[in-house]
Design a protein around this ligand. Structure first.
Ligand code: HEC
Ligand SMILES: [Cu+2]
Length: 311
């Protein structure tokens, strides 16, 4: 385990501390239990029918001592936990911007919010952040309870339907950090991963500028045909900014080619996997909410040609 940010570096000692305390408790209890099991009774009973009239009292003081030690250790753990939670509750500095993370069964909608509406944009399953800056994260759910967890950057925060939870993120080293939904949310819960990409500020700004651009124009006949097929067969659920495809049921695909994975971390985003996903999404991720499209092989090729322009 390694921590890559302010929040994680505060949570990590607590994780280790509580783990060690728990292991010590198990060890002590086991030793006492085994000793008790193999201890021969001190009182000797004279005959088969006689039993001591009084119970021996020696040993009851151990109950008081045991409860005392447990209560002390539990109290210490509780205080340590609350102190850590209080420390990470608020970001150490004013957040540079806010990302809204919306949980869907079984993918993450990511919305970058700005004071200027023209600088808002939506993406999916991959969050880019500048290194060394705090980013506020607003957590919302559209269906059931999910939990946002990027282990290398900090602890979990739940996404609760009808409520907005707020947390924050900070990474002190550039890198690609894997996150995962950490609250069982149905069939494909295990395939609800997300990626956090921490970049140097210039690289982040370049990425953001790219995301703000509309999707590239369809410039060849094949791509144009692909766009038409896409609007007909996919536009009801997916948005590609600047086109008539404006669906909101599935992930925004405006800059699909910039993402590392498909279907919330289920597959690396390669041309072969993309074709396989569109041809049979239920095979790749059974039960997910993208139905098997009714498209011919020719349409599939055209749609792929169009999607490959979405950089
Ligand atoms: C009924 C709505 C619906 C239709 C129609 C639909 N999709 Fe999807 N699509 C989804 C949903 C929901 C997901 C998210 C699945 C998941 O990861 O659980 C998805 C995911 C995807 C992804 C992965 C995106 C990512 O960032 O991971 C691609 C690519 C995609 N769809 C392409 C298409 C194409 C191309 C078509 C048309 C042939 C299409 N979809 C039709 C709902 C739909
Ligand atoms: Cu889940």
């Amino acid at each position: 385990m390694q921590a890559f940010g302010l929040k994680a570096s505060q949570v990590l000692p607590l994780t280790w501390g509580l783990l060690l305390i728990s292991l010590a408790v198990i060890a002590v209890v086991s030793v006492l239990l085994v000793r008790g099991l193999f201890r021969s009774p001190k009182t000797t009973v004279d005959g088969p029918d006689s039993a001591p009239v009084e119970r021996p009292v020696a040993g009851t003081s151990w109950i008081t001592i045991g409860v005392g030690i447990s209560a002390f250790v539990l109290f210490l753990s509780a205080v340590w936990t609350m102190a850590t939670l209080a420390q990470i509750g608020r970001p150490p500095q004013e957040p540079a911007f806010t990302v809204e993370v919306i949980g869907h069964q079984w993918w993450w909608e990511i919305r970058y919010l700005s004071d200027q509406p023209a600088r808002n944009f939506t993406t999916a399953n991959e969050i880019h952040i500048p290194v060394g800056e705090t980013v506020a994260v607003k957590l919302i759910s559209r269906d059931v309870i999910h939990s946002f967890w990027v282990p290398a950057l900090g602890g979990k925060t739940d996404l609760i339907p009808g409520q907005t939870n707020v947390t924050w993120m900070e990474a002190d080293k550039p890198g690609v950090y894997r996150g995962q939904c950490a609250e069982y949310c149905g069939l494909q819960h295990a395939h609800m991963a997300l990626t956090v990409v921490a970049q140097e500020p210039e690289a982040f700004e370049a990425w953001r500028a790219g995301q703000l651009e509309p999707a590239s124009e369809a410039n060849t006949e094949r791509v144009q045909a692909g766009l038409t097929a896409f609007i007909q067969k996919c536009g009801i659920c997916h948005t590609v900014r600047g086109t008539r495809a404006q669906g909101i049921v599935g992930p925004d695909l405006s800059h699909l080619m910039e993402r590392r994975t498909l279907a919330a971390g289920t597959l690396p985003n390669t041309p072969g996997n993309l074709a396989g996903w569109i041809a049979d999404p239920q095979h790749v991720k059974p039960g997910n909410f993208m139905p098997q499209p009714e498209i011919s092989a020719v349409e599939l090729q055209r749609i792929l040609a169009f999607l490959e322009t979405l950089e």
